[in-house]
Design a protein around this ligand. Sequence first.
Ligand code: ZN
Length: 279
Amino acid sequence: MKQRLKKGDIDNILVMGKSGAGKQPRIDVLIAEFGLEQLSTGDIFRSYLKAFDEIGFDGNILDFFNTETDDFISSEIIEQQLKTYLSGRKFKDVLLGLKAKYYVSNGLFVPDSVTNDLFLSSFKKSDYRGIVLDGYPRTIDQAKFLVTVAEKKNRKIDAIIHVVNDDETILNRVTGRRVCPNCHKVFHMKYKPLKDGKYCTNCGTEAITRIDDTQEKVLSRLKEYREKTQSAIQYLISCDIQYIPVPGNLPELTDEAVKNSVFAAIENPEESIFSVEPF
Ligand SMILES: [Zn+2]
């Protein structure tokens, strides 16, 4: 018998699922109900990239990477070279930002070791608890790292909330999405139409498709999910973390319906309330 999630007794919850499955509305429910804070990989990366950008380094960051060893040169040497730029900023944060920047700005795959370091530094700032994790862990190595950290710090991972949605629904949902570049209102060609099929109903600006919302990008993220994140979820389940699948697609997408479906799943994780295969 699994422990019920109880307000005030939760250390950390993982919200997992395919990109575009509908994680954010479920995260909002968990934050409101359990008084947790969201920690997203996207935000973590942005904050460390900012920490690096703010020092105004005008040299070439490629100089800090040794392509022969396929690793960064020693931190001591990097610190020496960045010393005059730091002006009171923590070198550790700047270094993490530099490493993230090296991969991101060169369009390279970010190694798990770097993602883990960035995550750990942010997780530590929350004293390793009170968090809804979003977008992490995404691979089995990240999952192993998280479990080890939680064990070492004596913190629980109380549940995996798996927002389940099928590829076709996600593809329709994401490729039909349009956003207003002016007021950022989000539309859908079919479910939430624009004015005359083109213009924001709020401010009249012509809406655009986000660069990440193309079919090609959606399919590539789904592939990565299948190849990497699925096994991370299975690993976490094997660590005896409570697994709670929730439907990402509801007949009616109101706040109330989302909340009810999340809590129905939390009360009865064994009873599958939707027909989609979780994996
Ligand atoms: Zn607008």
